[in-house]
Design a protein around this ligand. Sequence first.
Ligand code: NAP
Length: 267
Amino acid sequence: MGSSLLGGLLKTGAVNAADVLATVRSEETAAGLRERFGIPITAGGNREAARQADVVILATKPHITPKVLDEIHEELRPNQLLISLAAALPMRVLEAKARKVMPIFRAMPNLPVIVEEGATALCWNGHTTGSQRDYVEKLFRSVGVVVHVDEEQLDAVTALSGSGPAYVYMVIEAFIAGGLKMGLSREIATKLAEQTVLGAAKHVRQSGVHPAVLRDEVITPGGTTIVAIHELEKHGLRSMLISAIEAATEHAQERGRALVRKVEGHE
Ligand SMILES: NC(=O)c1ccc[n+]([C@@H]2O[C@H](COP(=O)([O-])OP(=O)(O)OC[C@H]3O[C@@H](n4cnc5c(N)ncnc54)[C@H](OP(=O)(O)O)[C@@H]3O)[C@@H](O)[C@H]2O)c1
């Protein structure tokens, strides 16, 4: 996620390559990212990066982020911005681990930030100013759309748009497989599948019309679409996706509770 966001921010010019200090854990990853982005990326340089930064973006796994904060907290300053991308890791843990009063944001972006079509939800703590919130919103808006939510809604966001690209990739994969099964070439099936998803999403956005209405417009009485829709309904497509988002939300909520218990020493 961190490298996708970095890629998107560099591509749009929202940040200058010369202003970025990125660090990872292993030299192997650092070398790969240096080659990909052509900027200095260090392994194990968290403290140094935090010391020099005005904005610190943490893109480590949720169980690693508290450890990174333990490592860098002495370098953090109240006039920096701290942004955590970690799913499920609550603000109260970030605040406790930062060990100082400072502006902290939680951001839940998704992978399409790399093609400037990300969906990011933001929430923040009580120590942010309007101009800091504008700055962070602008940063993520440069790589897609941004919404603001209350922190308790962030687990649902994680389940819907954070993980969502994975579900859509599965849909595209299955469209391609269906096309292949029916004899289309790989190239043609792929082109049609990706454009169909892209076009349908764009139509929903630009028309502002509920997708159920748009779906109905594709149906010709006695035609092929309704036959396919009947099949999809028999297999519970919509119910399956609703349940997937519900299950993923509950998983994120439980994960958050477990992280709090761990960090606060209850287990
Ligand atoms: N994946 C998504 O689509 C997505 C969407 C929204 C939010 N997120 C959030 O983004 C975060 C990262 O997820 P991910 O899927 O990108 O994980 P990932 O692929 O495992 O990447 C984690 C990165 O953190 C680095 N790292 C690990 N330990 C570190 C340490 N102690 N100090 C500095 N860097 C360290 C790793 O470096 P090495 O490779 O050298 O170990 C790796 O580059 C998670 O908190 C996740 O909840 C992810």
